[in-house]
Design a protein around this ligand. Structure first.
Ligand SMILES: Cc1ncc(COP(=O)(O)O)c(C=O)c1O
Length: 467
């Protein structure tokens, strides 16, 4: 299938800038935005552009639209709430959807996550986790705890504070003198191991690195350790072992460091459990952050879950000082409730697990036959396909090939929207994400796999000319 976008625009052809206004992508690098289709309609796992071409939403945008598009029950709940009560600021009035949603989410998360602060997305929810941790430390006589440790690579959001704790920022010039960058320890990536290490010994070393870093920074200096329990784009869906997760939990407990799980991307059913933390019952975080798929693209929604013991103690001391105008927006909360209803009604976590198995098998078989796929990793319905120059040596692709942008454009020509972006300047490798809606049928998963196969054939052909 050839799309209009693919026929009319050469990959390197600049898009004429609008004289005034323009869509959001006028802010993005031209080479990446050149071929973005203008979407006018969506239903199920499909989009249609203004020329009537159809595309499959194969990574839910950036892993957001887990219910697919046009879910009538969610839309009706949103409309009904908008008609009843559109907005009330959380510091001047309460709203029932806020109360009901916080209760449902906390019940799903279980003991230790009784209080839920709602915001408008992943960056805000992560920022809120940092604000809460810091204010709790200050209020309880631990003001010296101000350092945050994260993984290199990692991604935690696009506000200045969350960018600064994201261990994948190549933007030293951006941050120099502008924000305090977090201390990092290596992410336990095992596809390429440092010399002399096995996967197990490297993971152990990565967990030890956390302890060494905390000790180096000094007693009562470290506030929190933030980690994506299952990686997103930054690591290419890295799934750490149970031993690693247990080890970092123990290190944090030993040093009074709060463990924050950033499940913005991997939460809400994406990895085969509702929360990714359920994969490691003996390594629970202190603070849990979710977003993206809890609003499923129907409303901007993020949630920061903390223990009642902490929230209530802070409320009795200074109280938590910070709020956003859109905290616990009633329409967003009504959407959140309707999304949880859909999870229950369609048993979406189990469905995602089943389709995830099909997707994994298909991707592994593609990897076996494609000379340019070095690794397929992930869990449930969250997969990364890592591209390599040489399978045997695991040699990375040259960064100047712009490989993942090319793959994205080849996919577009096959009616497939894939989320891919070179992260960390390609230092750790290059991969694209496959994370379809949890509602995708078995036939739709097969269709996605067939289109990925054609995309990889195109890319391999192109690479042969570039080598
Ligand atoms: C792990 C992780 N944390 C935080 C964020 C930021 O979320 P948002 O884009 O909703 O602000 C993202 C977004 O991709 C993410 O993947």
């Amino acid at each position: 299938m050839k799309t209009l976008a693919a026929r009319e625009l050469h990959p390197n052809e600049p898009v004429p800038a609008a004289a005034i206004g323009g869509t959001q992508d006028v802010f993005y690098a031209r080479r990446n935005a050149a071929r973005l289709p203008m979407m006018v309609r969506a239903e199920g796992i499909h989009f249609w552009d203004e020329a009537g071409e159809r595309y499959i939403d194969a990574s839910c945008g950036p892993m957001v639209s887990s219910l697919g598009h046009g879910n009538r029950r969610v839309i009706d709940a949103m409309a009904a709430q908008a008609l009843r009560l559109d907005y009330v600021f959380s510091r001047v009035g309460r709203n029932q959807p806020n109360q009901a949603y916080a209760e449902r989410l906390a019940r799903l998360a279980g003991p230790g996550f009784e209080r839920v602060s709602l915001s408008s997305g992943g960056s805000e929810a992560m920022e809120r986790a940092l604000q809460f941790a810091r204010q709790f430390a200050v209020a309880t006589g631990e003001a010296s705890r101000r350092r945050v440790i994260s993984l290199d690579p990692s991604y935690h959001g696009a506000t200045i504070a969350t960018l600064a704790i994201s261990g994948n920022n190549a933007g030293a010039a951006f941050f120099d003198g502008f924000a305090t960058i977090a201390d990092t320890v290596p992410a336990p990536m095992t596809y390429r191991l440092p010399a002399g290490h096995t996967a197990e010994s490297w993971e152990r070393d990565c967990a030890d690195a956390l302890e060494r870093k905390i000790q180096a920074l000094g007693p009562r200096s470290v506030l929190a350790f933030a980690i994506e329990p299952v990686g997103g784009l930054s690591t290419g869906a890295l799934v750490p072992s149970a031993a690693y997760m247990r080890a970092i939990r123990e290190v944090c407990t030993r040093h009074g460091v709060l463990l924050i799980f950033d499940e913005v991307l991997c939460g809400a059913g994406r990895t085969g459990r509702f929360f990714a933390m359920e994969h490691w019952p003996d390594a629970r975080p202190d603070i849990l952050v979710v977003a993206k798929a809890i609003g499923a693209g129907y409303a901007p929604l993020g949630a920061t879950l903390v223990p009642a013991a902490m929230a209530d103690r802070l409320a009795a001391l200074t109280g938590f000082d910070f709020s956003y105008s859109y905290n616990a927006n009633p329409i967003a909360c009504a959407v959140g409730l309707a999304v949880l209803d859909e999870f229950a009604r369609e048993d979406l976590v189990a469905q995602g697990r089943a389709r995830g198995g099909q997707l994994e098998a298909g991707l592994r078989s593609l990897a076996a036959s494609c000379p340019m796929v070095g690794d397929v990793r992930g869990r449930g319905m969250l997969w990364a396909v890592e591209l390599v120059r040489d399978k045997a040596s695991r040699a990375m692709l040259p960064p100047d090939w712009g490989a993942v942008d090319r793959v994205r454009n080849h996919a577009l020509a096959h009616g497939l929207l894939l989320y891919s972006r070179a992260t960390s300047g390609g230092r750790y490798g290059q991969w694209f994400m496959v994370a379809p809606p949890l509602v995708a049928s078995a036939a739709e998963i097969d269709d996605i796999l067939a289109r990925i196969a054609r995309t990889l054939e195109d890319f391999t052909r192109w690479a042969a000319t570039a080598a």
